[in-house]
Design a protein around this ligand. Structure first.
Ligand code: S3P
Length: 172
């Protein structure tokens, strides 16, 4: 058990399928701090799922909500906060995160990401004719932004949730 005071919120960033939510939740348990997830907060406030919000209100609306939610959650006591895969692309979000948190990039390779997202229908950005190609494109565009995170934790095998959360705790 890691028994030290967490002074900054640990913000999980990275691609869809990297394990931000699962690893973030396990990490919060390990550190005995609360776990929060920006997508879940947005969904609860809107009483709609992320795909429904994208379909009804559009991506810009979702991004505005995401920025509000992340900024608000960072005001609270230190915790583990998982964000959606697009959150760290916004400079405003990056600035807010750097002021109150430590950004941890869960760096998984494309094959691992694809194996995790291919059977799920919860990612509006992957509702394209060729979702594998879309994921690859997003990956290529986003890696330079994710590289701006304070810490990078490679998701090299074995990548159990438990092990990943311990790897993150070790570098904090
Ligand atoms: C998004 C990732 C999703 C969700 C939304 C947009 C993205 O979160 O916020 O579908 O832009 O990569 P996950 O990374 O948790 O799938």
């Amino acid at each position: 058990n890691h028994r030290y005071a967490l002074h900054k919120t640990v913000v999980m960033v990275g691609m869809m399928g990297a394990g931000k939510t699962a690893v973030g939740r396990a990490l919060a348990q390990l550190l005995t701090v609360p776990f929060l997830d920006s997508d879940q907060e947005i969904e609860a406030a809107a009483n709609m799922s992320v795909p429904e919000i994208f379909a009804r209100d559009g991506e810009p609306f979702f991004r505005a909500r995401e920025t509000q939610v992340i900024s608000r959650l960072l005001q609270g006591r230190a915790c583990v906060l998982s964000t959606g895969g697009g959150a760290f692309l916004s400079e405003t979000n990056r600035t807010n995160i750097s002021e109150r948190g430590v950004a941890v990039w869960l760096d998984a390779d494309l094959d691992l990401l694809w194996s995790r997202v291919r059977h799920r229908d919860t990612r509006p950005l992957l509702r394209t004719a060729d979702p594998r190609a879309t994921l690859a494109e997003l990956f290529a565009q986003r890696v330079p932004e994710y590289s701006k995170a304070d810490l990078r934790v490679p998701c090299a095998p074995p990548v159990s949730i438990d092990l990943m959360s311990k790897r993150v705790a070790e570098v904090l």
